[in-house]
Each structure stands twice: as C-alpha cells, then as structure tokens.
Design a protein around this ligand. Structure first.
Ligand code: HEM
Ligand code: MG
Length: 323
C-alpha cells in the first residue's frame, strides 16, 4: 500500500493545455475508459499516456490538470481503487484490465464497482458498451441546452440533462441500478463538468459549458486550445453542495428498476458520503473474502487511507479484516 501523495501547492488558475502537455493520439494498446476527466489527463500526459497508472499519480494529476481539491480527489480515487485497482501492486487503469510487465493492472470499466448506470455519454452495461462514447446520448446535452440554456450548458441545463439521462435508463433498462454509491456519483459527475471542464471557471461555478468544449472532453479526450484550469480547488464541501442542489432540482431518490418503467425507491438508502464509503468497503470485502496475509495487509491499509479521505469523524469506520 502507498501513502497519499502530498497536495499540490499552487491552486491558482493556470494554462493546462501547454507545450509540455500536448494532446497525442492513441498508440496501440493505450487504454481509455468511462471517465472523460481521466481520459483527457492521459491523452495530454498528465498521467501515463498508456492509461495504466497508480492512485498517487491520479490524485496528483486531477489536482494539477483540473484543480480538483486534494481531499476530494483522494476520496474519489480511493473509492474506485479499493474495488477496481490491484491492491498488491497499486496498479490501476482508467479503463479495461491489462497486464503490464507481467503485472496485472485492473481498471475502472468494471460494471457495478464504481462504474454504473445512467451515465451521460456511455451506455448502461445492460444496453451496450459502458465505456465508449455514444453520440446519441451526448446529443441530450444539446436538447437540454436548447430547452433551458440558450444553447449552452448552464447549471439548469446540466440538471435537466442529468434528469433526462435517468429517465432514459428507467424507460429502457429493466435492470437499471441507481443506489448509492452510483446515485451520488452519477449526480456529482454532472457537477464535475460544470466545475472543471469550463475554461477558467469561477470558484462558484457560474460560467456555462459550451457544447463543443463538452465534446472535446467527453468524446475526444482533449483539452480545448488555451484551456485554463478553474480558479481555486473544487473541494469536498463544494462537491457536496453542488450534488445535493442537483438532487433537489432533479427530484430523484436512490433506487432500482424492477422491469422497465418501474423505478422503485429504496427508502433505506440515506444517500450520504458516509454510506458511499461504507458500501465501497462492503464491496471490497466481498471481492476478497480470503486474502493471503500480504494481500490482506495491503487491503487493510488501503481501507484506512480511504476512511481518512472522508475527514468526517461522524462517519463510522469499518474494519472487515479486523482492526
Ligand atoms: C465518470 C472515475 C476524476 C469527470 C467517471 C466514471 C468513473 C470515474 C469510473 C464512470 C462512471 C459512470 O459514468 O458510470 C474517476 C476517478 C477519478 C475521476 C477514479 C479520480 C479522482 C474525474 C475528474 C473529472 C471527472 C477530475 C473532471 C474534471 C467525470 C465525468 C464523468 C465521470 C463528467 C461522467 C461521464 C459520463 O457520464 O458520460 N469517473 N473520475 N472525473 N468522470 Fe471521473
Ligand atoms: Mg456508466
């Protein structure tokens, strides 16, 4: 297990699409996946261009390239790493599993660990490919922008887009699953593109995203020319604020489809970040019921690191492998 990297020092806005980080097209074997943020960082060399990386490198890169706040970046990365990464080698990929130098690197494509349904630009796993860009789904941004945003993706248009994508899964995916962690993750991700894909975005995320810039990230995995990262880090309190505001606007609660057009809310799901952490710990424990001593020690250490990223003493800590 690795310790967290230190936070970056300078969190001001600055030019990110610079001469040291040119966009480069994919080489054979390079991996991209369901996250437009990580894909873009890889295509510009902020993380390894192969897409095979480590939690530490991801945490540094998302701060550097997008000004995602240190604590939230650590939380988000470990939320994926404990279920999708290789706990022994610390390798993870931003997409499919692969073997590199004889070592297995496992990735974030795996459906139901962190990746989930009602994505904005990727199909539900039940309906198709859960990591490749789908233009038909992307065009829902256009619909929402025209309806309430004067042609750009304002906060209102983003909320409408989020709601429309949920409605589509309810209508077409009989196995649509939308409980925490996916519920919070899927809604937070709408907050992400407003906060971090807009050129030189303000601290309070008030500038809208242009459709062509959205396309640049979601489809081409490329920073727009002259892209400046946001002003000030997008920290955990801001993430919570945006996420719960969007939940109120959308008016959906965590739940699952029981057949198409039959969305059943789960009243037991509190939709909190403590619960998000708890669910990921449970998922990790069920992935590794009988680890070797070495693996068990690594998982235990990673779960402690993960808990610490919450920085919330009101969240109960869980020890599936003992204290
Ligand atoms: C989606 C992981 C950072 C923006 C996803 C998904 C994963 C993921 C697994 C797929 C979820 C799904 O749609 O089913 C991560 C990890 C990160 C990270 C481990 C490390 C900190 C970022 C950053 C940004 C970002 C820094 C923006 C700058 C997004 C967006 C989506 C997404 C907008 C939704 C894509 C869609 O629905 O089509 N991320 N991500 N992520 N991520 Fe990331
Ligand atoms: Mg998905």
């Amino acid at each position: 297990a690795q310790p967290l990297p230190p936070p970056i020092n300078d969190t001001s806005s600055k030019l990110i699409n610079d001469a040291d980080h040119p966009f480069m097209p994919l080489q054979p074997g390079d991996i991209r996946g369901p996250c437009p943020g990580l894909n873009t960082l890889a295509s510009h060399g902020y993380i390894n261009r192969t897409g095979v990386t480590t939690p530490g490198d991801i945490i540094t890169a998302v701060q550097e390239g997008f000004n995602m706040g240190y604590q939230f970046a650590s939380f988000l990365c470990y939320s994926a790493f404990v279920t999708d990464g290789n706990q022994l080698t610390n390798l993870m990929t931003i997409g499919a599993n692969t073997t590199t130098d004889g070592q297995l690197a496992t990735g974030i494509n795996t459906h139901g660990n962190f990746e989930g349904d009602a994505s904005l630009t990727r199909d539900d796993a039940y309906l198709g490919n859960n990591f490749n860009f789908n233009k038909t789904l992307f065009d829902v941004f256009d619909v929402a922008a025209k309806e309430v945003g004067n042609g750009v993706i304002t906060f209102e248009a983003a909320a409408l887009n989020r709601a429309l994508r949920i409605n589509d899964s309810i209508a077409r995916n009989p196995e649509f699953a939308f409980e925490t962690p996916r519920f919070l993750g899927g809604i937070a991700e709408t907050g992400f593109f407003l906060a971090m894909f807009v050129n030189n975005q303000t601290v309070d995320n008030t500038m809208p995203l242009r459709i062509e810039d959205a396309r640049s990230f979601f489809d081409f995995h490329r920073f727009p020319d002259g892209f400046y990262r946001r002003q000030g880090p997008f920290e955990f309190p801001l993430v919570k604020n945006v996420t719960y505001t969007l939940i109120d606007m959308i008016g959906r609660q965590p739940g699952n489809n029981n057949g198409v057009n039959n969305y059943v809310v789960n009243p037991e799901d509190p939709a909190t970040f403590c619960y998000f952490y708890q669910k990921q710990v449970n998922a990790t424990a069920s992935l590794y019921p009988n680890p070797t001593p070495e693996l068990g020690a690594a998982i235990k250490a990673n779960l402690v690191t993960y808990y610490n990223t919450l920085e919330d003493p009101t969240c109960e800590q869980y020890f599936p492998y003992g204290q």
